[in-house]
Write a protein that binds this ligand. Sequence first.
Ligand code: KMH
Ligand code: ZN
Length: 310
Amino acid sequence: MAKRPKTIITCAITGAIHTPTMSDALPYTPDDIASQAIAAAEAGAAILHLHARRPTDGGVSINPDDFAAFLPRVKQATGAVVNISTGGSLKNTIEERIAPALRFSPEMCSLNMGSMNFSFHPLAKRYDTWMFDWEKDYVENSDTYIFRNTFRDIANVANTLAPHDIKFEHECYDVGHLYNLRFCMDIGLFKAPIFIQFIFGILGGIGPEVDNLIFMKRTADRLFGDDYRWSVLGAGGAQMSLATTASQMGGNVRVGLEDSLQIARGKLATSNAEQVAKIRRIVEDLGCEVATPDEAREILGLKGGDKTAF
Ligand code: KMH
Ligand code: ZN
């Protein structure tokens, strides 16, 4: 029987969806982002997907200086692959969104493969009081938000970052995004092997059912053949179950407080590392091995941690 591929665990440490009121565990100071990222790597995450936050009030930040406050510390303390978000927050242009990746030239960064509604406004109903002034409007108004990732935007990111040899985490929130990605490969924007993050359960994208995972995977097999590696991110309550299914199907997994604040249904996670440790335990109990950062580099064809600019 063919050897089962090792499972790459990505941990998305803080993101741009959840706010400090929602969980005391959500890191937003540079110290907390760095220490949670380091602990997640020690628990078994080979890739750290990172956003920055304003240190004063936890607001989403795409200011490269806010990344500079934790990136070198993460690099010095771990061998993990650093993946910088180009998602930004509700109102940023694509040029603003890629500024941190441009400055720090990481091994990986996210690249969102289509424009869509991207909403988390239903979360607002769960809270009567908020820790910081910005949070309520930010969450409530996400129902007005179009997450803009046009073909021109995607080409702009690919061309601007091309000299940096960054591998993209292609974020695909629905089946159409896979076709967008195929089109972009056909016009020469991306080199194989590409790395696709199948995303389930974001309001505005495909739902978190196993049927949909099979459908996305079958579609990607048809469109990309052997030219792709894949991972699964289930938002909210679907995080652990979809990650488990993905690893059993030979895929890779993403966990972290960006995607879910829970460790089990109805129970808040105490840290990113707790989620990493849980999925690692499940993956290993079910007979797979977890990839080290260097194994992840090999599987994804990354340029190496010594070629970043931080
Ligand atoms: N800001 C969100 C709408 C990514 O990291 O690339 C999505 C996001 C994804 O930030
Ligand atoms: Zn992200």
